[in-house]
Write a protein that binds this ligand. Structure first.
Ligand SMILES: Cc1cc2nc3c(=O)[nH]c(=O)nc-3n(C[C@H](O)[C@H](O)[C@H](O)COP(=O)(O)OP(=O)(O)OC[C@H]3O[C@@H](n4cnc5c(N)ncnc54)[C@H](O)[C@@H]3O)c2cc1C
Length: 401
């Protein structure tokens, strides 16, 4: 039994972090990834201070800084082009060595994680290996692994499902994924047009009942970087129309109107959910990251919380593996990370989205006035930044027993 590895399903940022944090403890790990290579898509790109602190001991954070952009300020703007409020992360420089958001594409993080995992641990990473199901008993999990047309069974001491929002592991456990799906999809488009010339901070949110948007500067391939906008997509139109040049052009013109057309480098569309699994554990099987919880991207919490799950579960599973702790410590993982997800990530991401899209002008005015007052007051701004940077919520969740 002691020789059986821990299997991690999924080589996304959560799965790779689980594997690295377990592998560094000398625990045998097998990573099973259904795709032939790491994913390359336009998803996460904002990293908060606690996440950078957690990844630093593994050498990941230093590598991310080689290309990542340090974003000290973030703004709320209106559609008329005015700055409403600006927050300065330097106000929390006394509590973190990383008083900024680091912007780096998710597809630049995972190769760093994989490289360190391969160089510094004995982890066995198998691409093109899909977890198709499993059975478990008191001392092992038998994982059914599909490769092409064949299926083999690989035995593990424990299985971590980090296999994303449609998680086969969560579904096999029949764990309810409680929550809801937003009616509108999110359109993500990137352009080299320089929004900074209009006063935009590298992370800016535009408040508007219909044409709200989140705008980020990302490193892309070099010094100039690229601007990425995430906006709600008209639910009445088919995906082909939403991804067409004309619809994207209208969307970009709503952010900054200009005479020329926008040159669009990347475009994609996503359905967005707010869901939390009813449990993150059943016997010898645990779930983490998007497999366990999904949220809208306003605030940039999804990937960050997947890394927080990975560090938490690897620490506790390591102790169980070495027989320093009983299995019940894994239920503490569930309590702490469900608390962080529900009280912090779900609540803040829903609040952020509603703040941007508020349709009642009186309510919107009141909310924005409140935000202006918060940004202007040193104590209130600091408290707000400790929450929006995930520092305060994480500390509260880690106190859960
Ligand atoms: C538009 C958008 C913007 C976002 N922006 C941010 C942001 O700024 N900050 C932030 O923190 N988060 C953000 N997110 C969320 C973030 O992208 C996700 O939370 C993150 O990808 C979760 O990582 P994960 O490893 O848990 O899951 P995934 O990245 O989905 O990885 C799961 C992996 O498992 C593999 N897999 C699936 N099924 C199986 C199987 N049966 N067997 C083996 N392998 C399998 C998949 O191929 C994949 O490689 C954003 C999301 C969207 C949609």
């Amino acid at each position: 039994m002691a020789d059986l590895p821990i299997i991690v399903a999924g080589a996304g940022p959560t799965g790779l972090m689980c594997a690295l944090a377990l592998g560094r403890q000398g625990i045998p790990v097998v990573v099973l990834e259904s795709e032939a290579a790491l994913a390359h898509d336009l998803r996460a790109g904002t990293f908060h201070p606690p996440t950078l602190e957690m990844m630093a001991p593994y050498g990941i954070t230093a590598r991310m800084h080689e290309t990542g952009l340090k974003v000290r300020y973030w703004q709320i703007r209106n559609r008329q082009g005015d700055l409403v409020a600006q927050f300065d992360l330097d106000r929390i420089a006394d509590v973190t060595p990383y008083p900024y958001r680091l912007h780096l594409e998710q597809h630049r993080l995972t190769p760093i994680q994989l490289d360190i995992l391969r160089r510094e641990t004995n982890a066995d990473v198998r691409f093109g290996h899909r977890v198709a199901g499993f059975t478990q008993d008191a001392d092992r999990v038998r994982v059914e692994v599909a490769t092409g047309s064949t299926t083999e069974v690989v035995e593990a001491a424990w299985l971590i499902g980090a296999d994303g929002g449609r998680s086969t592991v969560r579904k096999t456990l029949d764990i309810e994924f409680e929550g809801f799906t937003w009616p509108e999809q999110f359109l993500v488009a990137s352009t080299h047009y320089e929004f900074a010339q209009h006063g935009f901070a590298m992370n800016s949110y535009i408040s508007d009942p219909v044409h709200w948007a989140a705008v980020f500067k990302m490193p892309h391939t070099g010094p100039g970087g690229i601007w990425r906008a995430a906006c709600p997509a008209d639910p009445s139109l088919p995906d082909e129309a939403l991804l067409g040049d004309d619809y994207i052009e209208r969307t970009m013109q709503n952010i900054v109107p200009r005479a020329e057309r926008y040159a669009i480098v990347y475009r994609s569309i996503y359905r967005v959910h707010q869901r939390v699994a009813k449990d993150f554990r059943a016997g010898r099987v645990l779930i983490a990251g998007d497999a366990a919880h999904l949220n809208n991207p306003m605030g940039g919490f999804g990937l960050n919380s997947g890394i927080h799950d990975a560090i938490n579960v690897a620490d506790k599973l390591g102790k169980v593996w070495r027989r320093e702790a009983g299995e019940e410590v894994l239920d503490l993982y569930v309590r702490q990370r469900r608390a962080a997800t529900i009280a912090q990530v779900q609540a803040m991401s829903i609040r952020n989205k509603r703040l941007l899209e508020e349709r009642n002008p009186a309510v919107q005015h009141k909310q924005l006035e409140e935000l202006i007052a918060t940004a202007a007051d040193a104590d209130r701004a600091r408290k707000y930044l400790l929450e929006s940077s995930m520092i305060a919520g994480l500390a509260r969740a880690n106190e859960v027993q």
